[in-house]
Design a binder for this molecule. Sequence first.
Ligand code: GLU
Length: 298
Amino acid sequence: MTRTRILVAAALAASLALAGCGKEGAPGDEQASGYQPTVAQNVQVPGSQTFAAMQQRGRVSIGVKDDQPGLGFNDATTGEFSGFDIDTAKMVAGGLGFSPDKIDFKVYPSTAREDAISRGDVDYYIGTYSITDKRKQQIGFAGPYYVTGQSLLVRADDNSITGKDTLKGKKVCSVTGSTPIQRIKDEKLTDQPIEFQKYSQCVDQLRAGQVDAVTTDEAILKGFAAQAPDQLKIVGQPFPTPDTEKYGIGVKKDDAALRNKIDDLLEASAQDGTWQKIYDGTLGKSGTQASPPKVERY
Ligand code: GLU
């Protein structure tokens, strides 16, 4: 090894050690899951303009998140994306005939998703993206491929917040354009809602004592809690129910052919055990069991 390579290796080892300071095997330990998608041959999706464009380009462009451990996370040191959403994105790409080296991941925050999809900046979007009637007016959704509910993340030493009805007078942080920020406003759960573009910004504010709670999907909060189990904890029950947030894959509204094809791929992955394998290698590392939800075609 040359000196530079040794230094790089040492830096990498140090950063891996840092990244691994959460609980052993928790989703906060961002290592690739090792999942290798099956790449289909001679795929056809008749009537899909998005698929025709992908084939012509020879690459697939997928919208994702990069700051949500266990779901969609980018390791700044290695440049690798990892998580349940990322492996699901790779599974779908494989089913459409694209190997992982043909994927371009593009990062968009919650508030920019509908536009990125409608404009054609991404072929599809996978990133804790809840299926809602309002969003369906602008885009289409394959799925769901996962369900979760809204929850609360607080500092471990804070015993004043115990659930959604204890937020009065508290600063509660969430993300612009997300369903959780909308819900705390609609239900007036706090008079001090605070918004950022990314959940990691909310979590930084929480750790710095600038806000009192972060609210979003429990699946997302679990990943952050696992990174700092001594400093952060999840409190209360998922609301309004544990399965209100149904994660879908966003596609162009008029591309029903691609939506149906992705639904086929999700159903196949649920049946042949691929979904479970992806879950176990990512979110499931926290020890929580889950099974694939039923795809809701429309
Ligand atoms: N699932 C919720 C949503 O789609 C919250 C997570 C997010 O912002 O991505 O709005």
